[in-house]
Design a protein around this ligand. Structure first.
Ligand code: BGC
Length: 255
């Protein structure tokens, strides 16, 4: 077991990639703080999946884009488990619209959850580790779009580009404290964020044509890499981005 008796907080873990990470971490021996913003029922299912692995879990409702919610999230986690060893900044949202139609509220929603949430959750976690004089691991679930343009998703790309630089910067600042921080950059993974695309055969086929391994990714494909980055095996890995995209990012085919 790679995460035996560790305690992990995973934002946005009621569904999709976060949920798979919660379940997989529990199967590697970790207790898990499940966070959700909207769907309490799905959070319950995630908790049951963690408990089915024989580990403890709690559910905390919080919108990570709000710092007062984040403080409550960390306080509840620490009251319950006494400590945290791993933070996974997974919660993410996107809006699909041409640049000229994006409203301030669309922008705020995306940037607040994806970038501000990652920033201040990391700050809470780092302060906890500093005050308890312990080492820890941070895994950010970014996107291939921290690097690749994605027309009609400019706010999303800006947020993920921000997460990329946050990770690089903090690897330097937190390295001396024994805190590792890395990104996973998923490509096209079958999750609720992709529902519209999955239901549009033309778009889906065009996308599959771009993926060298010829399939969509599954949440477990991402969770497997998250286990590695959260474990002692990754003690010398920091400031890196791991692409989990079936080859999508570097594929260029001239038709
Ligand atoms: C986005 C998806 C998109 C995928 C590949 C992800 O970051 O959330 O909507 O399909 O990247 O482009």
């Amino acid at each position: 077991m790679k995460l035996k008796n560790k305690v992990a907080l995973i934002t946005g873990s009621s569904q999709g990639i976060g949920r798979a990470i919660a379940e997989r971490f529990a199967s590697e021996g970790a207790d898990v703080v499940i966070n959700y913003s909207g769907n309490a029922e799905r959070a319950q299912e995630a908790l049951q999946a963690v408990e089915a692995q024989g580990r403890r879990g709690i559910i905390v409702q919080a919108n990570v884009g709000r710092t007062d919610d984040l403080k409550k999230l960390f306080a509840t986690a620490l009251e319950t488990f006494g400590r945290l060893d791993i933070l996974v900044n997974n919660a993410g949202v996107e809006t699909h619209a041409p640049f000229w139609e994006i409203t301030e509220s669309d922008y705020d929603k995306v940037l607040n959850v994806n970038l501000k949430g990652t920033f201040f959750a990391t700050q809470e976690f780092v302060n906890h580790l500093r005050h308890t004089n312990r080492r820890g691991k941070i895994v950010n679930v970014s996107s291939v779009h921290e690097e690749l343009p994605f027309p009609n998703f400019t706010a999303y790309c800006a947020s993920k580009g921000g997460v990329k630089m946050l990770t690089r910067n903090l690897s330097v600042e937190l390295g001396p404290l024994g805190i590792n921080i890395n990104n996973i950059a998923p490509g096209a993974i079958e999750t609720p964020i992709n529902t519209k695309l999955l239901n549009d055969p033309a778009k889906l086929n065009a996308l599959l044509g771009q993926i060298p391994v010829k399939r969509l990714g599954q949440p477990t494909d991402v969770a497997n890499v998250a286990v590695f980055l959260a474990s002692d095996d990754a003690d010398y890995v920091t400031g890196a981005t791991y692409y989990v995209d079936g080859g999508l990012t570097w594929n260029y085919e001239e038709q």
